[in-house]
Design a protein around this ligand. Structure first.
Ligand code: SME
Length: 149
């Protein structure tokens, strides 16, 4: 199945999941799980802004670093610039934070509600060049479906 089709099937599932539950941490956990296992990514999860740091939130995958500063790594860059980051080869990204040697490419989507950035959604792949404009499109869309309340 191509990735577009997988995303199109995921979106109603994620909507149904969110509609049935009001706790946003519970929802982030299930959103991470549904996307992670649909694509068999290496790591899929959330970092949440807390006291001017990104702190590890719900995720699927191996252990990850718990705190990321503004402008640090791919996640901190997405936070600072309030812009998605699509990295084809993490070794080429200056300052990339290597939580796992298996991570080869990465995409990070900022989470913004009412103009305020409250976290990032980070996905790592164990393959180079795994992410493209289709992932960017659908992941950005998915990130508009939920808020931090
Ligand atoms: N690689 C990220 C750190 C988080 S992990 O990938 C889970 C970064 O450079 O910000």
């Amino acid at each position: 199945m191509d990735k577009e089709k997988i995303y199109q099937e995921l979106i109603p599932q994620i909507k149904a999941l969110i509609n049935g539950e009001s706790d946003f941490i519970a929802n982030l956990g299930n959103i991470a799980a549904s996307i992670h296992f649909a694509f068999n990514f290496h790591w899929t999860g959330f970092y949440l802004v807390k006291n001017n740091e990104l702190v590890l939130g719900p995720f699927q995958g191996p252990m990850a670093c718990t705190r990321i500063g503004l402008g640090k790594g791919v996640c901190g860059t997405a936070w600072k610039k309030k812009a998605p980051q699509l990295v084809n080869d993490v070794n080429q990204f200056e300052g990339h934070i290597a939580c796992s040697p298996h991570s080869k490419s990465e995409i990070v989507i900022p989470l913004i509600s009412e103009g305020e950035i409250w976290g990032v959604f980070d996905i790592d792949s164990s393959f180079y060049n795994n992410f493209d404009s289709t992932d960017l499109h659908y992941l950005t869309l998915i990130c508009t479906l939920f808020k931090n309340t």
